[in-house]
Design a protein around this ligand. Structure first.
Ligand SMILES: Cc1ncc(COP(=O)(O)O)c(C=O)c1O
Length: 390
C-alpha cells in the first residue's frame, strides 16, 4: 500500500478496476460476486446505465455552484425524498456522519429553543452513527471512542431493543430531547429489533416531548424491502438520516425532518459547501427513478427471502451457526465464534462479504441482481462455511 496514505484502513490487497451489476473485476481480469455493494452503497449495482448517464450528462453541464444559489435539482430531490418518506424538509450533506451531525444539531437547537439546559440524546449500545466527534460520541461502541476523549457530551447509551431501559430513564433527572436509533443495527451485527420496538420508541418520544430520530443510513433506499425500514411499523419519526445508497456511490447524505424539527434550522445555523450540489443531486435523482421504475423495494424483499430461505436450507445441519436472519437484502449469518479470516477466504472464492461485530457475516448485496446471482451467493457462501466450520 502507498506509504503516503494514513494507516486508518487495512485494505485487502485486491484492486478492482471495473464493475458491472453484481460483479467486480480486478486488475488480473478475475470476476468477483459482490454481496456487499461497497457497504450498502451501490444498491443499483456497479455502473448502472441510468446513474452513469445522469452523472456524465450532469458533469458536462454543471457540477457545482454552492448553496449561495438555488439548485433546482436539489429541490427536486428533496421533493422526491419527502414524497417517499412522509417527512417534510431536507438538508443535504455529503456522508452519513454529516447527516447525523445535522440531526444532532437539530436536537440541540430543539433544546435551545425550549431553554433546556444540558440536553440529552438517548442512543443505543452497539449502534454506529459515524466518525466525526459528535457522531462517534453517539456511537455505542467503545472501540470507536478509544483515544478521542473528551467525547462530545450529552449522549446517554442504553441497550438496543430494550424499551424498559428507555422507560427507566424517565425516573432519572435527565433532559431528554431526542432518541436516536437505527431501525436495524448495521455495524452492530444486523440486529433486528422486536416488532413494536420503534412504535414504543415513538410513544416514549410523544410522552416525553422529545424527537424520534431514525438513522436509515444503512437501511434506507429500499434495502430492507421498504423505502425506509421504519415503514415496517406504523410510525413516523421526527428526523431521519440517509446517505450510502442515496447516490449509489456519489457522496451524498441527507437529514430529513418533520413537524417542529423541520423548521429548526434558520439561515446561518448549518451548511455544507458541497451538500446537495447539482452532480450529487442528479445522481440521487437517477437512483430514485430506478428504484421507483423497477419497484426495487419489492424486489429486495423477494430476493432477500430467496437468499434467506436458500441459506437456511443449505446450512441447516451445519454446526457453529447461531442464527440466519435478515430483512430484505440486509442479511446476517451469526456464528458461534469470531471469524476474523472469513472475508479473506471468501475473497479466494471470488465472493465479497463482510464480517461485523466479530462473528456476524453481513450480506448487503445489490438490489438489481438476478435470481441466479442470488443463488450463486448461496452456493458459494454455504460451500465456504461448511468447509470453514467443519
Ligand atoms: C447506520 C449508520 N450510520 C452512519 C454511518 C456513517 O456513514 P458515513 O461513513 O457515510 O459517514 C454508517 C456507516 O456505516 C451507518 O451504517
Amino acid at each position: 500500500m502507498s506509504s503516503a496514505l494514513m494507516s486508518n484502513y487495512q485494505p485487502l490487497s485486491i484492486e478492482f478496476i471495473t464493475g458491472s451489476g453484481t460483479w467486480l473485476t480486478d486488475v488480473q481480469g478475475e470476476r468477483y460476486l459482490d454481496a456487499l455493494s461497497g457497504i450498502a452503497v451501490c444498491g443499483l449495482g456497479h455502473a448502472h446505465p441510468a446513474v452513469q448517464e445522469a452523472i456524465a450528462d450532469q458533469a458536462a453541464k454543471l457540477i457545482h455552484t454552492s448553496n449561495l444559489y438555488r439548485i433546482p435539482l436539489q429541490e427536486k430531490l428533496a421533493e422526491k425524498l419527502v414524497q417517499h418518506s412522509g417527512m417534510e424538509k431536507v438538508f443535504f450533506g455529503n456522508s452519513g456522519a454529516e447527516a447525523n451531525e445535522a440531526a444532532i444539531k437539530l436536537a440541540r437547537l430543539y433544546a435551545s429553543n425550549k431553554k433546556i439546559d444540558k440536553p440529552v440524546i438517548v442512543v443505543m449500545e452497539k449502534s454506529f452513527h459515524g466518525r466525526t466527534m459528535a457522531t462517534l460520541s453517539a456511537t455505542g461502541n467503545p472501540k470507536v471512542h478509544q483515544g478521542f476523549d473528551p467525547l462530545v457530551e450529552g449522549f446517554r447509551h442504553i441497550p438496543y431493543n430494550d424499551i424498559d431501559a428507555l422507560k427507566a430513564l424517565a425516573n432519572e433527572d435527565l433532559n431528554i430531547v431526542a432518541v436516536m436509533v437505527e431501525p436495524i443495527l448495521g455495524e452492530g451485527g444486523v440486529v433486528i429489533p422486536d416488532a413494536g420496538y420503534l412504535k414504543a420508541v415513538r410513544t416514549f418520544c410523544d410522552e416525553h416531548d422529545c424527537l424520534m430520530m431514525v438513522d436509515e443510513i444503512q437501511t434506507g433506499m429500499c434495502r430492507t424491502g421498504k423505502w425506509f425500514a421504519f415503514q415496517y411499523e406504523d410510525v413516523m419519526p421526527d428526523v431521519m438520516t440517509l446517505a450510502k445508497a442515496l447516490g449509489n456511490g456519489v457522496p451524498i447524505g441527507a437529514c430529513l425532518a418533520r413537524g417542529e424539527a423541520a423548521n429548526l434550522f434558520q439561515p446561518g445555523n448549518h451548511g455544507s459547501t458541497f451538500g446537495g450540489n447539482p452532480l450529487a443531486s442528479r445522481a440521487a435523482l437517477a437512483v430514485i427513478e430506478v428504484l421507483e421504475a423497477d419497484n426495487l423495494a419489492q424486489r429486495a424483499e423477494v430476493l432477500g427471502n430467496r437468499l434467506l430461505d436458500g441459506l437456511k436450507q443449505a446450512l441447516k445441519a451445519v454446526p457453529g451457526i447461531k442464527e440466519i436472519r435478515g430483512a430484505g437484502l440486509m442479511l446476517a449469518i451469526e456464528l458461534d465464534e469470531d471469524a476474523p479470516d472469513l472475508v479473506a477466504l471468501a475473497l479466494k472464492e471470488k465472493l465479497l462479504i463482510n464480517v461485523t461485530a466479530g462473528n456476524v457475516i453481513r450480506l448487503l448485496p445489490v438490489l438489481v441482481m438476478s435470481d441466479s446471482e442470488a443463488d450463486q451467493i448461496v452456493t458459494k457462501l454455504s460451500k465456504l462455511l461448511k468447509a470453514y466450520l467443519a
